[in-house]
Design a binder for this molecule. Structure first.
Ligand code: SF4
Ligand code: ZN
Length: 738
């Protein structure tokens, strides 16, 4: 390692800390010590400081204490710094710079509340480009992708490429590899973000290209994101800095790309990132930091040509990324899933209320279909002329295979949404008979035709489900009469399927399925999924787990024999307990399927909703993660998730999926859905049909109207008043204890 780069980094840290101290002093005079400091909508305070030091900074006064720590961390004798190759002082300098920068950004939120645009996407027309800190809703939604591997990691890109073309080249390569790109800092008056805008590339969380900040201090938003994921999904406790950093090094595959001259402040940030195990790969001739100590890879690599940057970066970080190959004339990958098709770019549209669009996956006999055959019946895109327009569409997919079962049809059908969305320049919304596809003009200019929809489904079904199917044939209909006939047939099949699922009971099934996918982040957490208790993330029901087991018999979903029923009311089963005890590595001896009060199931950070007992109302409430407001239990979703999302069983609280609320066994041991006294309004509306159906079954058709929401109030007393007024059933039930 070179003495030079270390010297620059330490000098940079001195500059940053000094600058922030000055800013802090001014802010203190201007606002006073009690001035609130925060990033928007987060339960993790200033996350780097909170996660590593365990200090929740809530106001200027508390920030002052942290600044003192940052100052102390600066290596004392800069000029005599020659303890090389010992990295300690360099790491400390980097860390002190990051602490100071986090305070800088927090004060900026006070000084200039509109500096950052608080949204998942940019509003480029109105100049709202920089998104600043991700709030907890975004962090959970996106963090899950790092958990389940759908995003292998992130590239933090600093500065600007030499030109727009190079910017585009690098970034699209990362997109194809499903990585997130976090961007900050200018170089020579421009930034990578602005270059991408110029190239017409969509930026924002939805396309995985996240413009954090025009300043280098925005690096803290990337690192803070990583640390919050470690706390939210890994159950790592704030202040346990060793585990937070180790966790990141082991599980969050991130690295920095420095584009342009690396000045002292950039060097300080790069040094800070070495603490996380995130190396810097630069396009300039900067002195390298070679592997030392426990790290087996380089920390700083310089002089990398732009064409090699992506490959070199993933190599240095030891990341395996795969570019998905499908035989279509467009780029393809998860990063393109969230693109929008703007009105001006729209060329053709199917469904969306204006025409009928329907999708159906059906199982067929092996000799009935031909693999890789795609037939288009009716007009194709090119028949629409130069102007484009609208067509009805039926997507009929037939699959056959020795291990295929009718139960897997809906699972495959659900993939159509994201598989089509992955194509660059195509948007897919909805499913079944309310599908909606929009195709942009650029996609058509690149040669996209309807047959490519079939090609995508053929290629990807084989890739993802090759172990259960051998043949995929796709027919696309665009004649109105054909689509109508196809839709009628599809509706009859949907109905059959829905009844099959709804009529299944836990009593009828001897085999449940485990899911341990979240153990990589919450080690003691084990979901056991039964027909009437869908996985708490909402992504896995019993059928999904069963299919997943058939597809990958040694994977995270294993059959669990229910065994002896120990308690039918609370839902305790001997076979399940045995499994959970083992799978939680002796942390969790047993749990109940249908209770929130007595030994509830464990909860991990990716649950869709968290229910809590409201003793003052003799009932329970639940809240989903998109609702960021206060709740009657005194905690917001993020706080609840922080308290109990690490994989433990917490009586009085339980994580569950949205759909589980309208399943018959939902907290059945504690009185069931009739106990529900409060839910956010948006959740009530989302589940309206199911809540009405369940109300009917329970002999209370207007139950939904008796459940309070935030428009009634967010404290127990107000909710109670409402319950009395409407005569809520919970008030006459036996006392809820816990
Ligand atoms: Fe995680 Fe449970 Fe969902 Fe599996 S079912 S992904 S373990 S929350
Ligand atoms: Zn989880």
């Amino acid at each position: 390692m070179s003495k030079l780069v270390a010297f620059a980094a330490i000098q940079g840290a001195y500059n940053i800390v000094g600058k922030v101290e000055g800013m802090y002093k001014r802010a203190l005079e201007q606002y006073g010590p009690e001035q609130k400091l925060e990033f928007p909508n987060t339960g993790y305070f200033l996350p780097i400081i909170y996660s590593l030091l365990g200090i929740p900074v809530r106001n200027l006064k508390e920030a002052g204490e942290v600044l003192k720590i940052a100052r102390k961390l600066l290596p004392y004798h800069v000029k005599n710094f020659n303890h090389l190759p010992y990295l300690g002082p360099l790491l400390d300098a980097g860390m002190s710079a990051l602490f100071a920068e986090e305070i800088f950004e927090a004060i900026r939120y006070v000084d200039d509340p509109d500096f950052y645009y608080h949204s998942e996407t940019c509003d480029i027309e109105n100049g709202k480009i920089w998104l600043g800190a991700a709030d907890d809703v975004v962090m959970r939604k996106r963090g899950v992708e790092f958990v389940d591997g759908s995003a292998p990691g992130f590239a933090a890109m600093v500065g600007a490429a030499p030109d727009v073309e190079t910017a585009k080249l690098i970034v699209e390569d990362y997109q194809r590899r499903n990585l997130y790109v976090f961007m900050c800092a200018n170089q020579n008056g421009t930034s990578l973000t602005e270059q991408l805008i110029e190239a017409g590339i969509q930026i924002g969380w939805n396309t995985r290209l996240v413009p954090f900040s025009p300043d280098i201090s925005g690096a803290v938003f990337a690192l803070g994101f990583a640390n919050r994921a470690a706390m939210a999904f890994g159950g790592v406790k704030p202040g346990d800095y060793k585990r937070i950093l180790q966790y990141n090094k082991d599980r969050v595959f991130a690295f920095i790309n420095a584009l342009g001259d690396v000045g002292a402040e950039w060097a300080a940030n790069a040094a800070g990132c070495v603490n996380w195990g995130f190396p810097t790969i630069a396009d300039t001739d900067i002195p390298e930091i070679l592997p030392t100590g426990v790290c087996t890879y380089e920390h700083v690599v310089g002089n990398i040509a732009h064409e090699e940057m992506v490959q070199k970066s993933v190599e240095v970080r030891g990341l395996k990324t795969v570019v998905t190959k499908v035989d279509i004339p467009l780029s393809y990958g998860a990063a393109f899933e969230g693109e929008r098709i703007r009105k001006d770019d729209l060329f053709v549209e199917f469904g969306g209320g204006k025409t009928q669009a329907t999708e159906l996956v059906e199982m067929a006999d092996m000799d009935e279909i031909e693999d890789n055959k795609v037939t288009v019946i009716g007009k194709d895109i090119k028949d629409l002329g130069d102007k484009g327009g609208r067509l009805p569409l039926g997507i009929g997919v037939k699959v056959a295979g020795r291990k295929m079962q009718p139960d897997f049809e809906p699972i495959l059908e659900r993939q159509i949404h994201h598989l089509i969305n992955y194509a660059q320049g195509i948007m897919h919304i909805g499913q079944r008979d309310i599908a909606w596809i929009r195709l942009g003009r650029p996609a058509v200019e690149k040669g996209f035709e309807l047959k490519h929809v079939g090609q995508i489904l053929h290629d990807m079904f084989h890739k993802d489900f090759g172990s259960i199917l051998d043949k995929v044939e796709v027919t696309l209909y665009t004649n109105e009469a054909d689509v109508k006939k196809f839709t009628e047939k599809a509706r009859a099949m949907y109905k059959q399927r829905d009844e099959r699922v709804e009529n299944m009971t836990d009593e009828d099934e001897e085999t449940f399925y485990s899911c341990t996918l979240c153990q990589s982040f919450a080690p003691s957490h084990v979901c056991v999924v039964s027909p009437e208790r869908t996985g708490l993330c909402g992504a896995y029901n019993w059928f999904d787990c069963k299919a997943s087991y058939e597809i990958n018999p040694t994977g995270p979903n294993q059959p669990v024999q229910k065994g002896e029923v120990l308690d039918a009311k609370l839902g305790m089963f001997k076979g399940v307990n045995d499994f959970v005890y083992k799978a939680s590595r002796q942390k969790i001896p047993q749990y109940n399927f249908y209770s929130i009060v007595y030994e509830p199931m464990t909860t991990c950070g990716c649950c869709e909703c968290i229910a809590a007992v409201l003793p003052g109302c003799n009932g329970i409430m639940t809240v989903h993660r998109d609702y960021t407001g206060e709740t009657p239990c005194g905690m917001k979703f993020t706080t609840l998730a922080g308290v109990m999302g690490g994989g433990q069983s917490s009586p009085g609280f339980v994580g569950h999926s949205k759909y589980n609320i309208v399943q018959r066994k939902f907290v059945a041991g504690d009185g069931g859905l009739l106990r529900m006294v409060w839910m956010p309004k948006s959740l009530k509306e989302e589940l309206r049909a199911g809540l009405e159906r369940r109300g009917q079954e329970l002999g209370m058709p207007d139950l939904i109207d008796k459940i309070a929401d935030e428009t009634v109030g967010v404290d127990e007393a107000t909710v109670m008043e409402f319950l009395q007024k409407v005569g809520h059933p919970a008030l006459t039930m036996e006392p809820i204890t816990g």
